[in-house]
Write a protein that binds this ligand. Structure first.
Ligand SMILES: [Ca+2]
Ligand SMILES: [Ca+2]
Ligand SMILES: [Ca+2]
Length: 198
């Protein structure tokens, strides 16, 4: 009985489906087996964003596109689903870190944290917390050496030590809504079938 799964433990319904269900949904929506950045944005209703917001959405897309060929294929999609839905906390935290560290220098500064927080909120269509507040809280609790940046170690240790912080960060970076939209498609009949089992 690990307690590592409790964060995603309240996810039921579509997100608890086995990979075959995800596979069918993905292939129905993307018969070529590939999803482009354009489709990703169209599906989530993210056209016409300003340049900055656009860049952050690209960044989220790029973390899904692990082989960097410009498409999200089914394997990458399932990897993202597994991580977001069933991943162990440490895996998720590493992924969040990667997501935040947009210049890839191995630490997250205030601006990076702020940008990605705003981007993920936009993707999820939810605004649960003031971005400034969020960033200050995370830095206040996790920036052990007080240099205004978080290393991977500080980030992970900070979350592991503080359950409340972990919960806030997990909720804030939770992309399961995005995955739900991707898999339910726009008006897909498949989505309706699944709703019954919720
Ligand atoms: Ca790819
Ligand atoms: Ca950085
Ligand atoms: Ca630091």
């Amino acid at each position: 009985m690990g307690n590592g799964e409790s964060i995603a433990g309240d996810q039921t319904g579509i997100l608890a489906q086995d990979p075959y269900v995800w596979y069918r949904a993905f292939m129905m929506e993307y018969p070529s087996g590939l999803q482009t950045l354009h489709e990703f944005k169209a599906l989530l209703g993210l056209q016409g964003l300003n340049q900055k917001a656009n860049e952050h959405v690209d960044q989220v897309y790029n973390t899904f596109d692990t082989n960097k060929d410009g498409f999200i294929d089914f394997i990458e999609f399932i990897a993202a689903v597994n991580l977001v839905v069933q991943g162990k906390i440490e895996q998720k935290l590493k992924w969040y870190f990667k997501l935040c560290d947009s210049d890839g220098n191995g630490s997250i500064d205030k601006k990076e944290l702020l940008n990605i927080f705003v981007a993920v909120q936009a993707l999820n269509g939810q605004h649960t917390m003031n971005p400034e507040e969020f960033v200050n809280l995370v830095l206040h609790k996790a920036d052990i050496n007080n240099d205004g940046e978080l290393t991977l170690e500080e980030f992970i240790n900070g979350m592991e030590k503080d359950r409340d912080l972990l919960e806030i960060v997990s909720k804030s970076f939770d992309l399961s809504n995005v995955l739900k939209i991707i898999c339910n498609g726009k008006q897909a009949g498949l989505g309706k079938v699944k709703m019954k089992s919720l």
